[in-house]
Design a binder for this molecule. Structure first.
Ligand code: PRP
Length: 183
């Protein structure tokens, strides 16, 4: 285990198992001719979700497209303001497509709340959210998720795409960062 990690919350095996389940469930759900005909698009919210989406896509067995957007949520200190700035937009037109947003974590929920507004205005055939993690955060925005990987305590977690100051994204597991690593 990395010396900056206090404890592992979700192991590499647990994540692999759960992402496989999500991929199989989504493949079954979107397997109808009508849904496949319109086209399924996985949308990745960079950077944190890149690891999750690339594994999720490989766990899915239906034809799909993948696209990426980068957003920043500015706030004071560690809190998110919900003011979302788009740094990179999708390169594809999602009108009429079945869009699945693959997100790494829902914290305050403000990023996804704004993102859903923006993407819904582009008239996709459907728009769903699948986060790997949903943190137990008081006052979290109410985001209707198609599926959730894991419910997660409100700890300072890193790994499998999640960072602290851009580090630890490459850990193959999700763990709690030791306080001395960020104090
Ligand atoms: C993280 C995460 C989500 C968002 C969730 O992204 O990837 O997109 O915060 O927080 P919220 O529910 O409070 O809005 P971050 O801005 O840290 O960027 P990153 O993905 O590049 O690490």
């Amino acid at each position: 285990m990395h010396p900056d990690i206090e404890r592992i919350v979700f192991s590499q095996n647990q994540i692999h198992q759960r992402v496989s389940e999500l991929g199989a469930a989504l493949s079954a759900e979107y397997a109808t001719p009508e849904l496949r005909g319109a086209g399924v698009e996985l949308v990745c919210v960079l950077k944190g979700a890149a690891t999750f989406m690339s594994d999720l896509a490989r766990a899915m067995t239906i034809p799909l497209e993948m696209d990426y957007m980068a957003v920043s949520s500015y706030g004071t200190g560690t809190t998110s303001s919900g003011v979302v700035t788009f740094q990179k937009d999708l390169s594809s037109d999602i009108t009429g497509k079945h869009v699945i947003i693959a997100e790494d974590v829902i914290d305050t929920g403000l990023t996804l709340q704004r993102l859903l507004q923006v993407l819904a205005a582009r008239n996709p055939a459907s728009l769903e959210v699948v986060p790997l993690l949903r943190k137990d955060v008081p006052g979290q925005a109410d985001i209707d998720c198609k599926m959730v990987g894991f419910e997660c305590p409100n700890d300072f977690i890193v790994g499998y795409g999640l960072d602290y100051a851009e580090r630890y994204r490459n850990l193959p597991y999700i763990g709690v960062l030791k306080p001395e690593a960020y104090q």
